[in-house]
Design a protein around this ligand. Sequence first.
Ligand code: HEC
Length: 493
Amino acid sequence: MTLPRALLALGVAVAATAVGVSQDAKQPDPPAKVSYYKDVRPVFAQHCNGCHQPAKAQGGYVMTAHADLFKAGEREKPGVVAGDAAKSYLLELVRAHDGKAEMPKGRDPLSPAQVKLIADWIAQGATDDTPASAKGAVVDMAHPPAYAAPPVVTSLAFDPAGEFLAVSGYHEVLLYSAKDDKLVSRLVGMSERVNAVAFSPSGERLAVAGGAPGRFGEIQIWNHKRDDLVVSAPVTFDTVYGVSWSPDGKTVAFGCIDNTVRAIDPTTGRQKLQMGTHTDWVLGTVFSQDGEHLVSVSRDMSMRLTEVPTQRFIDNVTSITPGGLRGGLMAVDRRPMKEKKMQKVPEDTPGVPPKAYDELIIAGADGTPRLYKMHREVKRQIGDDANKLREYEKMPGRISGLAFNPDGKFFAAASSLDGKGEVRVYETDAGKKVVCEGVTGPAYAVAWHPDGKTIASAGFDGTVWLHDAASGKLTRSFVARPATTPAAKAAAN
Ligand code: HEC
């Protein structure tokens, strides 16, 4: 470039700037620099990633990693073209026309402000400003996590046929054969934390509650026999807990850190229920045997009852007196009943039809399991704890796992305190207890095999203990740590 031309160019630049300044007074400010990490990614996580992730790439399009956004899906148009909003197919699909947008499919359109954020980010070059510290290695079905140490096990479940034992891992659920403890499948999803697992009543689906702390919560519904993620529903902005199925398999409930208890449709991921009267994290849920009511337990020390069809808060099952319970509640299970009974209707609610009689076991920070009936059968007196049926001998530490046996005559509980743990089996009516031997670390989870003879428990050190429930004898144990990468699956088959 010769000197005069350079000067000329400079002059033009100066003039252009001057024009820009003079017009600024009339025109809106140029869009502020949009952050992918802080602004755009959370929108995708909440509204898109459930259907556009490696385990479930609808339209052949993945949105969980920045680099994937620039690729083309089945329609062979790149989702994002850096600096060119007009050529970015993704933007075309999220723009609403007559209040409807193609994406998110079947949902309400993004807000105009959200669409503008995405448009501005693309126009500004669609760069990735994710801090290095937040950039984890890619983890998906093709790249299952590698374990430096066994996972902390927070949840366990046997399927109703007694074929599988699901164990919560890191970023995945480890599915073991209940017969010989062989790893059958690794169900790797988006959630780095897996807090709870539960099989559907038919045994055809596995529900998983988890998320990433401070970023998103997620409910996954797997067809675990085919390694197929059927639904990934993003829920709230933090991890979720205590997942449970309605007896008809049509509703999946869970607890949230925003103090709500919620439920979704497990075939669509759509929310069906939200109840917000708890005052602290909700950690456990269970449905009544007829599916009409949902019970939730919370760190707020209460167990509450929601009517499912109306989403209405019905009652505090536990005492409403402060200090009625010492410490937050972490676990709940409903007692299986051979005969269906109806509750007695309290005299202060004439005309209200009687409800199916149910009993619940709850426990938490104070280490004392307690048995309650679900519905009040007497008029409430201030300060009463009228639904309480009995208490059991306190366990050392806090109880975070509870499970009834198939006929409800026994329940098992898992506790932890100062690096130690205990697993016990209690007789529900007599209160007699058996302490399980050989539990070497804090125990967080317990599950009962459908044959009623074996209980599985696990916790901090990743060991799964299998006990004979009647005697408390350790029959065997294994460490829930997959061998490295795909070989694990090959070896297991
Ligand atoms: C409930 C599931 C669901 C959600 C949520 C969803 N999508 Fe989709 N998306 C689909 C399906 C299914 C397709 C395949 C085309 C179709 O059926 O319309 C698709 C296709 C696409 C495609 C085109 C891929 C191709 O080349 O065929 C893009 C881009 C896309 N979605 C972006 C988004 C964005 C952005 C969001 C969030 C704002 C979003 N989607 C939310 C289900 C979903």
